[in-house]
Design a binder for this molecule. Structure first.
Ligand code: PGA
Length: 256
């Protein structure tokens, strides 16, 4: 089954200066004028650009998100950004538990859960990232690891992104069968834990999605969108991914 709306999220990571608004954002807006109406497009620039990007996309079918938030709303946490601050700057989404944060900042599942709660309280839609490492996949444990991570999700995670750690920024992707297998396992785990309501939680795929492979990946049963890193920094590539998602949705649901 596919959700009736595709969700395509651009994760700019630590890339982008004010200049990015002139080229990337305005090209995206232009490209989306005649584009798909049933695709939720979300741009997650670095925190410094959220306000500017939010202003640039105002009135267009593009939402803005953060890449992380602190679990507390305010306080003595030098260098951190809270969920209410993201919302205040114009964000409506936030990526949480990205493997780069789990690895480089030692974020635990408990940390991620606390951040999800903070995000929801601030009215943000969290996208919770989960995925296996290469060692876990090679040991035949991918399904088990991802199912247990998704079993651990906070009950109101708005979207889940399956991002195999070894596929991020490497140009390598799982096979379509492997993606389908994991998405089925994640769906089963969240429905078991959270009830039938979790049947509507979008499950995105992330990790080396590009203009060339997006059609195949987004056409996989159970893939409701994509979390895109590198390719979201080039407007033509990101627009091609959005178009591929829309084509996959129409092919499966038959709804224009
Ligand atoms: P990538 O990154 O598309 O550059 O592999 C995806 C992500 O980290 O969200």
């Amino acid at each position: 089954m596919k959700q009736s709306v595709m969700t395509i999220v651009g994760n700019w990571k630590m890339n982008g200066l004010a200049d990015s608004l002139g080229g990337l954002v305005s090209d995206l807006i232009d490209g989306l004028q005649e584009g798909p109406a049933a695709t939720e497009v979300v741009l997650c620039p670095p925190a410094t650009l959220i306000e500017r990007v939010a202003r640039a996309v105002e009135g267009h079918r593009v939402a803005v998100g953060g890449q992380d938030c602190h679990a507390q709303a305010s306080g003595a946490f030098t260098g951190d950004v809270s969920a209410p601050m993201l919302a205040d700057a114009g964000a409506s989404w936030v990526i949480l538990g990205h493997s780069e944060r789990r690895q480089a900042h030692g974020e635990s599942d408990a940390d991620v859960r606390a951040k999800v709660e903070a995000a929801l309280k601030a009215g943000l839609k969290p996208i919770v990232c989960i995925g296996e490492t290469l060692a876990e996949r090679e040991a035949g444990r991918a399904v088990e690891v991802v199912a247990s991570l998704s079993d651990d999700l906070n009950d109101a995670a708005f979207a889940v992104a399956y991002e195999p750690v070894w596929a991020i920024g490497t140009g390598q992707t799982p096979t379509l069968d492997q993606i389908a297998e994991i998405h089925t396992a994640v769906r089963r785990a969240i429905v078991k834990r959270l009830g039938q309501g979790a049947g509507a939680t979008p499950i995105l795929y992330g990790g080396s999605v590009n203009a060339a492979n997006a059609g195949d990946i987004l056409g996989v049963e159970g893939v409701d969108g994509a979390l895109v890193g590198g390719a979201s920094l080039k407007a033509p590539d990101f627009l091609a991914i959005i178009a591929a998602g829309e084509a996959a949705r129409v092919a499966v649901t038959g709804q224009q």
